[in-house]
Design a protein around this ligand. Structure first.
Ligand SMILES: *Cc1c(COP(=O)(O)O)cnc(C)c1O
Length: 427
C-alpha cells in the first residue's frame, strides 16, 4: 500500500497535489511519502515481531539523511556497505550497536573506522577479508564481531545483475568451503564469529528462496557451533520484492512465515536488511515533458528526467509504472493492473535528454496522450533511484522532497552548475 492517489484527476502524494510540488521545487523531482515509508517499516516490524528482530535499513537503497533519520527515530538500525554509508548511518543518529557492515571489498581504513565506532557486526565475505579484519582488530586492540556471509548456491531467482546467491557470483563465502574458512579462525581471539549472514538478491517475489536459504543456514549454524563458534545471530539480508507492475509482491507475513520458525529453531537473534521494501514504493520521480516526436515508426516522449536520474530501466531492464500527473480529459488514473489496455492510449518510448540510446525510462509504453509541459510520474522510484543518480552529461542532480500529510519540505536541494565543478581542482 502507498499514499500516491489520484483525486479529481490529479495525482496527490498524501494530501499534496504533485503539480504543486513540481511548481514549487521544479523538475525532475523525487517526491517521497513519509506515511508510506513508516507504514512499510511497521509492516516488517509487525510481521517479524515474534522474534524481536533488529531491522537494519539498507542505506545504499536511499541514503538521504532525512530518510535515514526517520528510520532511526522509528527503531531501525542500518545496513551499510561502505565507509561513506557508515558515516551517513551515524549522522542519522544511531550508535554502532545498530549498524551491520556488508560488502566484498572492505578496506583496512573502513575496518578501523567501523571498529572505532563499534559496529555490531561485520558481514564477512571471503577468507582473505576475515584474516585482514583480524589483523586490523589486533592492531587497534579490539575484537571484531563477525557474521560469515554464505552464498547458499540457490537457483536463479531475479535479474542476473541483482541475483547474489547463485553459484559463481562475487558475493559471500562458497557454501562448500565456508566451514573450512570458519575452522581456520576457530582459535583467532581477535575475531568473534557469532553470526551467519545471507542476502539472496533483489527483488525477490516469493518466499521460496528464503525457505531454501534458511534450511541450508540451519545446517551451517549447527556445524559452526560444533567448531566452537558461538553463533547467536542469523541475518537474512533484504531483497523482499515490491509491486512494480501490479500487486505482484507477497506481504511481509509471507517471508516471516518461513524465516521466523527457523530463527526460533536455531535459538538465534534475527537481523534483517530491507531497503527496497521500505522505500521503493514510497517515492516517485516527477518529470516534465519537453517535446514529443515521431521517428523511425516510433513515438517518443522526451522529458526532463534521464538515465542519470533513474538508471534502473537501462541498467536492469526494470519496469516502472509511468502515468501523467494530470491525465488528459477522459483518461482514468492508472489501473491497479497497470498492464491492462486502456482504449485511446498509444505506445511511446519515454526518454530523457542524455546522449545515449540507452537513456530511457520506458519503451513501448501505452500512455494517454501528452503535450509539452505536461507532468509525468514514474512510480516505485524511491529505491535505487536518487541513490544511483549521477552527473552524467553535466546534469545537476534532482531535488528531493518529503511529504507528510499536508506538509512538505525539501530534503535535498537541486544541484547547481557550480556544484558540478566544485570538487575539481581549480584551473
Ligand atoms: C542491497 C542489499 C540489501 C538491500 O536489498 P533490498 O532488496 O533493497 O532489500 C541488503 N543487504 C545487502 C547485503 C545488500 O547488498
Amino acid at each position: 500500500m502507498d499514499h500516491f492517489h489520484y483525486k479529481n484527476d490529479l495525482l496527490n502524494c498524501e494530501d499534496v497535489p504533485v503539480s504543486e510540488l513540481a511548481k514549487q521545487y521544479g523538475t525532475p523531482l523525487y517526491v517521497y511519502s513519509q506515511r508510506t515509508l513508516l507504514h512499510h517499516l511497521a509492516q516488517l516490524q509487525r510481521a517479524f515481531a515474534a522474534v524481536d528482530p533488529l531491522i537494519c535499513y539498507s542505506v545504499k537503497t536511499n541514503g538521504n539523511l532525512h530518510i535515514c533519520k526517520l528510520m532511526a527515530e522509528h527503531g531501525s538500525g542500518f545496513d551499510v556497505t561502505s565507509g561513506g554509508e557508515l558515516y551517513r548511518a551515524l549522522k542519522a543518529g544511531v550508535t554502532g550497536e545498530k549498524i551491520v557492515f556488508a560488502g566484498v571489498g572492505k578496506t583496512a581504513a573502513e575496518f578501523r573506522y567501523a571498529l572505532e565506532v563499534g559496529v555490531k557486526m561485520f558481514n564477512v565475505e571471503s577468507d582473505a577479508e576475515l584474516h585482514a579484519l583480524g589483523e586490523v582488530a589486533g592492531s587497534v586492540g579490539k575484537v571484531a564481531s563477525v557474521a560469515l556471509r554464505v552464498n547458499p548456491a540457490l537457483p536463479p531467482k531475479t535479474h542476473v545483475k541483482t541475483d547474489t546467491s547463485v553459484k559463481g557470483t562475487k558475493f559471500g563465502l562458497d557454501i562448500d568451503s565456508i566451514l573450512e574458512v570458519a575452522q581456520g579462525v576457530a582459535d583467532n581471539r581477535k575475531l568473534r564469529v557469532c553470526g551467519l549472514h545471507m542476502h539472496l538478491g533483489s527483488p525477490i517475489l516469493s518466499a521460496q528462496p528464503y525457505r531454501e536459504g534458511v534450511e541450508k543456514g540451519l545446517v551451517l549454524i549447527d556445524r559452526l557451533r560444533k567448531q566452537g563458534h558461538p553463533i547467536e545471530t542469523i541475518n537474512m539480508g533484504g531483497g523482499f520484492g515490491i509491486h512494480y507492475r501490479k500487486q505482484e509482491a507477497p506481504p511481509a507475513d509471507a517471508f516471516a512465515e518461513v524465516i521466523v520458525p527457523a530463527v526460533k529453531q536455531a535459538g538465534c537473534k534475527l537481523v534483517l536488511e530491507p531497503g527496497r521494501f521500505i522505500v521503493g514504493n514510497a517515492g516517485i520521480l516527477v518529470s516534465r515533458v519537453i517535446y514529443t516526436k515521431d521517428s523511425g515508426g516510433r513515438h517518443f516522449i522526451i522529458q526532463d528526467a534521464a538515465m542519470n536520474d533513474l538508471i534502473r530501466p537501462t541498467l536492469y531492464d526494470s519496469f516502472h509504472r509511468i502515468w501523467p500527473v494530470a491525465p488528459a480529459s477522459g483518461f482514468p488514473a492508472p489501473p491497479d493492473d497497470y498492464e491492462a489496455e486502456i482504449p485511446g492510449t498509444v505506445k511511446n518510448d519515454v526518454v530523457g535528454p542524455v546522449c545515449e540510446s540507452g537513456d530511457f525510462l520506458a519503451k513501448d509504453r501505452r500512455l494517454p496522450p501528452v503535450q509539452p509541459d505536461d507532468l509525468l510520474a514514474t512510480f516505485s522510484a524511491g529505491a535505487y533511484g536518487m541513490a544511483m543518480a549521477s552527473n552524467y552529461n553535466s546534469r545537476p542532480r534532482a531535488a528531493e522532497v518529503l511529504v507528510d500529510g499536508k506538509n512538505h519540505r525539501l530534503i535535498r536541494r537541486r544541484e547547481t552548475f557550480e556544484d558540478l565543478v566544485r570538487p575539481e581542482i581549480e584551473v
